[in-house]
Design a protein around this ligand. Structure first.
Ligand SMILES: [Zn+2]
Ligand SMILES: [Zn+2]
Length: 280
């Protein structure tokens, strides 16, 4: 075995090429002390091992922690940092000007919440709607394992787009991905443009402003580096067994697909690991 990378896990960086290129990316809290990214695609078909040495550090403050909260935060940071606030998971609950409960951080509010957001439809395990900040297109789609996405509208800020999404969900449009299904293969039968058309009809009916002109609603296709799809999906758990790996058969969303199981690297944000490859 030869060590190819050791660092603190966070979600992999990706580049939208065909197929997507994935990089192990260091999540160490101090930017200047991060190790370099390491591309994983060249290891497809080879035996790879992830070894967790038992140390977890908060990705916001560096504090050693036994357990992480909201993906990568120590408990105090999960309670105080704006990046761990409710609006990250429930954008419609962004509470910037609520008296008694204002945003935790003005800089975060201005650079994250009060920035244009895109409402999109995507095809993951099925057809869904979602939202993301404009600069996260298309990485957000790659992170969720979408094989196709269509941007639909641009709205002024996080809460406004969150409220539209919430209304769509209440109206029966899905916003979740069934991850085991997403990992078993690409959903090729579904017609995303038909679904996008139904979302657009609703936006029109509700008089939502910001619908993109047709030329900007082009479908984006995403192709993942997967050689073999798992027939049954079992996942590694670094908290129970500190070693995960096998022959790397694919990468989709934030999952590494091994012949012996899958692992969601993002789930282990803050975990210090060493990644080894078998010789030959
Ligand atoms: Zn912390
Ligand atoms: Zn917010």
């Amino acid at each position: 075995m030869q060590t190819i990378w050791s660092g603190t896990l966070r979600k992999m960086r990706s580049i939208h090429e065909s197929p997507v290129r994935y990089f192990l990316t260091d999540g160490w809290w101090e930017q200047e002390n991060r190790v370099e990214d390491h591309e994983l695609n060249p290891y497809l078909g080879r035996e790879l091992m992830i070894r967790f040495g038992g140390k977890i550090n908060c990705t916001a403050c560096g504090r050693a922690t036994k357990k992480t909260f909201n993906q990568g935060f120590c408990f105090p940071c999960s309670q105080s940092r704006a990046e761990a606030d409710i609006c990250i998971v429930k954008p419609e609950l962004c509470h910037y000007d609520e008296t008694g409960n204002p945003c935790r951080d003005e800089h975060f509010a201005q650079t994250q919440c009060f920035q244009p957001h895109i409402l999109y439809s995507s095809l993951t395990s099925g057809r869904k709607v979602g939202i993301t900040r404009q600069p996260n297109v298309p990485s957000r789609w790659i992170d969720q394992g979408a094989t196709e996405a269509i941007p639909l509208a641009r709205l002024a800020d996080r809460r406004t787009v969150g409220q539209v999404e919430k209304r769509l969900v209440d109206d029966g449009f899905r916003d979740k991905t069934h991850w085991t299904r997403m990992l078993k293969g690409n959903n090729e039968e579904s017609d995303l443009s038909e679904f996008a058309g139904r979302v657009l009809e609703k936006l029109d009916e509700w008089k939502i402003e910001g619908v993109l002109p047709e030329a900007e609603r082009a479908s984006v296709k995403i192709d993942y580096p997967v050689e073999v799809w798992p027939t049954k999906v079992s996942s590694f758990n670094l908290d129970k067994n500190p070693v995960a790996g096998g022959v790397l058969q694919g990468i989709k969303a934030q999952y590494l697909i091994f012949d012996s199981g899958v692992i969601n690297l993002r789930k282990y944000t803050g975990y210090q690991v060493e990644v080894d490859v078998a010789d030959g």
